[in-house]
Write a protein that binds this ligand. Structure first.
Ligand code: USQ
Length: 391
């Protein structure tokens, strides 16, 4: 197949692109390289040193003999997106090209507006281009399981059967997202569900959980292929952060009581899920939703797992319950379904002690690059727009 990966230079997009290329597909990466600019804006950096996109692609060709084309495209520029789709006529597009951090979206008005404009308008542009230029192309879109929030009932995959006043229907599962970022994904899902229906497009929305790890089989083939490993308080996800905190001798920063429970997934399963979605495409006019996570954990449970694995490596760690910078339930029911991808053949990597030890060893390898200042959460949900208040 010919597959365009929008956002193919980012944390999930880069290993996905390599994996699909390794699987024999013709892969094109479309990316505006904004993820690298946000590092500069925030004064943070990946724990692993990231090669330029040109170096990455040359290294991949060197080790695999396969070429991945790169196009610097901003999804807000619909003409460029249309030109790219028209030129390649892809069988599938994978869409990761969004601002992916909840804290980033909560910095202030400007960052909230940017996140929603970038994500929602970019997705709308792609939807319209596909409808006009490539209506049989399968759109695989990365959403988030955080769209559902933490309801006091089981979370289904996108839809729920409801009985009301004696009548029954299957309706979109209620959404209670926890940040302007998560809201942007909700808006995307609504636009995609509507667009798939009226333009008869095949769409898969992957509601992904919190990703951990950074390396995949392909990224390990050459140092220039190494993937990002974010650990700062804006872009780092919780388990990766705990591993870096453990090797930095920093307390594990559990927000609040740590009872927050989420779905988690290894980056190696992320790329496999996307591959499964592509191999088993949605029908024309179908908007299907898969919950993409493999196991559930509470934040305090994860901290204890990291503490135990760290101890086995001789690292002393301390858990600190810091004031929760977010507005979120800390004690709640959580049980989400993830049957669709398992039914398609996903064989999950489990979060064993060995797996956490291997994450800790990756962090140890780059210990000298840790900037402890960036571990401390500075964005709070409760006090928006400091800049606005000052004006
Ligand atoms: N948390 C801590 N300590 C930390 C960092 C986070 O206790 O040092 C807690 C948060 O309060 C939250 C949970 O850990 O309750 C998860 O936070 P996170 O930063 O790992 O993940 P989140 O902000 O929810 O977002 C991440 C990705 C996002 C993706 C989402 C999936 O950045 O792109 O969509 O995970 S989900 O959370 O399932 O919506």
């Amino acid at each position: 197949m010919t597959i365009i990966v929008f956002g193919g230079d980012g944390f999930c997009g880069w290993p996905t692109s390599l994996h699909l290329s390794n699987d024999g597909h013709d892969v094109v990466i479309a990316d505006n390289l904004s993820r690298r600019r946000w590092d500069v804006e925030l004064g943070v950096a990946s724990l692993t040193p990231i090669a330029t996109v040109e170096e990455r692609l040359a290294a991949w060709e060197g080790v695999s003999g396969r070429c991945i084309e790169f196009a610097e495209v901003d999804m807000l520029d619909a003409d460029s997106v249309a030109e790219l789709i028209d030129r390649h006529r892809p069988d599938a597009v994978v869409h990761y090209a969004e601002q992916s951090s909840a804290p980033y979206s909560m910095i202030d008005r400007e960052h909230a507006v940017f996140t929603q404009t970038n994500n929602v308008v970019g997705t709308l542009n792609l939807l319209f281009v596909l409808a006009e230029v490539a209506p049989t192309c399968h759109l695989v879109k990365l959403g988030t399981i955080g769209e559902y929030g933490t309801p006091n009932i089981d979370i289904e995959e996108g839809f729920i059967e409801v009985e009301h006043n004696g009548r029954r229907d299957v309706l979109p599962f209620p959404k209670q997202p926890g940040s302007f970022y998560h809201l942007s994904k909700v808006h995307d899902s609504h636009n995609l569900a509507f667009g798939a229906r009226v333009y008869n497009l095949p769409v898969t929305d992957l509601n992904q959980g919190v990703v951990y790890g950074n390396a995949t089989r392909e990224t390990a083939l050459d140092p220039r292929l190494v993937n990002r490993f974010d650990y700062d308080a804006i872009f780092g996800t919780v388990l990766n952060r705990f591993c870096v905190e453990a090797v930095a001798g920093h307390a594990l920063t559990v927000y609040g009581n740590g009872g927050q429970t989420r779905g988690f997934i290894n980056i190696r399963d992320t790329i496999r899920c996307v591959q499964l979605a592509i191999d088993h495409p949605a029908e024309q006019g179908d908007f299907r939703v898969f919950n993409q996570f493999t196991e559930q954990h509470s934040v305090i449970g994860l901290a204890r797992l990291v503490q135990r694995a760290a101890a086995s490596l001789g690292l002393e760690t301390r858990i600190e319950h810091v004031d929760n910078p977010r507005v979120e339930a800390e004690t709640h029911y959580y049980r989400a379904s993830n049957e669709s991808l398992l039914a398609l053949g996903l064989e999950p990597h489990r979060l064993t002690e060995t797996e956490i030890r291997s994450l800790l060893c990756s962090a140890l390898e780059w210990r000298d690059r840790i900037a402890p200042d960036t571990l401390v959460p500075r964005v709070t949900w409760r006090r928006p727009a400091q800049r606005l208040a000052a004006t």
